[in-house]
Structures are given as C-alpha cells and as structure tokens.
Ligand binder design. Structure first.
Ligand code: ZN
Length: 188
C-alpha cells in the first residue's frame, strides 16, 4: 500500500510518544518508502510515522532551501538541538505553519531559528544536518510529532482557542478520523 491514510488529530498515535526503531528491516524500508509517497501526494514538506498511524521515531522531509538546494531525506531515532525560541507574538505572514494531521489550517507559531538534527538513515549511517529558517522549522514540527506533540498544542491565544473550535466543528478530536492523499481533497 504505497500511499497511506493520514490520521487526524484525536488519534491516540498522534498524542503519544513514539518508540525508538530497533529493527532496520524490510518493514521499516516499506514504511519509509510509503511515507515519501504519501508526503509527495499530500503534498507536504514533512511527514512523521505517527501521522500514518505508526508509533515509531521516523520522519521524512522534502524542502528546497532558500538557495534552491533540494533537501530530501529520512531520519530515524533523531535528536534535535535548537537555538533559543524567540519570545513575542508570531507573525501570520512569515511564521504560519500547517499540519497534514490538522488539514487545511494554518496558524502562526514561534520557532527556533536554528536546529541541528542528528540520527541515522535506513542503512544506519549517521545523519547530521544543520538547518536554519523554514528548514529548521520543519525539523521542529516533525520532531514534535515523535513526542506526541502537534504544532496546535503549542499555539498561543487566541489561536489555541480558534483551533480548538475548528477541531470540534469538523468532528475531529476523536480516534478514528483520517484522510487519503490523492483521493480526499484536503491540504495541510
Ligand atoms: Zn504535522
């Protein structure tokens, strides 16, 4: 099953800390391959395993850096080091992010400007990426997924209340909602 359904906020897998990967087997390779396809079809710039209902510490990303360099990869069992998160109000124009598990919505959130991502790839080779700006934001967003945190959990008021209203209105916030990229017309 190449493209997998993306689970929506309310599914416990999105709100639970994911487990370390211990077996680098065919099942893991299939998962990662399906995650790339699902991310591309959605489309999204990142996708974490819990978003396809798998509670493992894995995410994929696909982002063209400001200088045009394509950045596409997978990281398994990552750690993330961050510069300080700026205080103050987040800007709608430049700091709004979305999530495929809260589809169709965007809200502004402050994030650290710099991030150092480390982990391993499918061959257990080390991954070490120093990211800035939006690329660093993607890492923070995806890494949060592995700890059971959605970006909407981090929102300040009034955005926090607004998103709670939307989740209720759409019938989300329950365990069994999902959408299928390429079939259901939603975007993150
Ligand atoms: Zn997300």
């Amino acid at each position: 099953m190449p493209i997998r359904p993306i689970v929506i906020t309310g599914n416990p897998v999105l709100h639970t800390r994911a487990q370390e990967v211990t077996e680098f087997n065919q099942e893991l390779r299939d998962l990662v391959s399906d995650m790339f396809e699902t991310m591309d079809e959605a489309p999204g710039v990142g996708l974490a395993a819990p978003q396809v209902g798998v509670g493992l510490r894995v995410f994929v990303y696909d982002w063209d850096a400001e200088d045009g360099t394509p950045q596409r990869g997978v990281v398994i069992n990552p750690t993330l080091e961050l510069s300080e998160t700026p205080t103050g109000e987040a800007d709608w124009e430049s700091e709004s992010e979305g999530c495929l598990s809260v589809p169709g919505e965007r809200f502004p959130l402050r994030r650290a400007e710099r991030a150092v991502l480390q982990g391993v790839d499918l061959e257990q080779n080390p991954v070490h990426i120093e990211a800035e700006g939006w690329f660093a934001r993607i890492f923070q967003h995806e890494f949060d997924h592995l700890d059971g945190t959605l970006y909407v959990d981090r929102l300040a008021e009034p955005h926090k209340s607004d998103v709670a209203g939307i989740i209720k209105e759409r019938g989300w916030g329950v365990p069994d909602q999902s959408w299928l990229p390429g079939q259901d017309k939603l975007e993150g």
